[in-house]
Design a binder for this molecule. Structure first.
Ligand code: T46
Length: 138
């Protein structure tokens, strides 16, 4: 359902590390927006929605954040607990995030500008759309 990837780490313990993602390598879409979430306490829950069209890659450069992904047929849990771990989330996936550590930072590169109309924030509606084949019509 989700694609996880590990970025190359350039550097060492003395000078620190540099990781990157780029089109044609780990990045499957042109980025139109970058946002980040910070200042959240341990056990904070966010997400609880799906997207109609949006594709994203997510990273946790500091701390640890657990993603629970659900495509209405199965669920998958991914713990982003290393700065060089990335996760691609396509359209039509319900996501929930739990902060495993205080002040963990979530960085997201998104394929579209922010549009509240792209959000499905009701789980029942999400299940109905999956059942109707909403994401299979393309
Ligand atoms: C997602 C997960 C991983 C904006 O005004 N612009 C933006 O670009 C975004 C992302 C949000 N907002 C507003 C909308 C809400 O009033 O910021 C507020 C918080 O957004 P939300 O409750 O959707 O945040 P999360 O952390 O639950 O979800 C976010 C993204 O919204 C979502 O697309 O996949 O991170």
């Amino acid at each position: 359902m989700a694609i996880t990837f590990e970025l190359k780490k350039n550097g060492n313990d003395d000078i620190g590390f540099l990781s990157f993602f780029e089109i044609g390598n780990n990045l499957r879409f042109q980025i139109e927006r970058v946002y980040y979430v910070y200042g959240a306490k341990k056990n904070t829950k966010r997400g609880m929605h799906a997207h109609k069209e949006l594709e994203q890659i997510v990273f946790c450069p500091y701390g640890a954040i657990r993603f629970r992904l659900d495509d209405a047929n199965s669920t998958e849990e991914i713990n982003l607990d290393e700065p060089n771990k990335g996760l691609y989330i396509g359209k039509g996936i319900w996501r929930e995030m739990v902060w495993e550590e205080d002040n963990s930072v979530l960085v997201v590169a998104a394929s579209m500008l922010y549009d509240e109309k792209d959000y499905i924030r009701d789980y029942g509606m999400f299940l109905s759309l999956v059942k109707s084949g909403y994401w299979k019509k393309e």
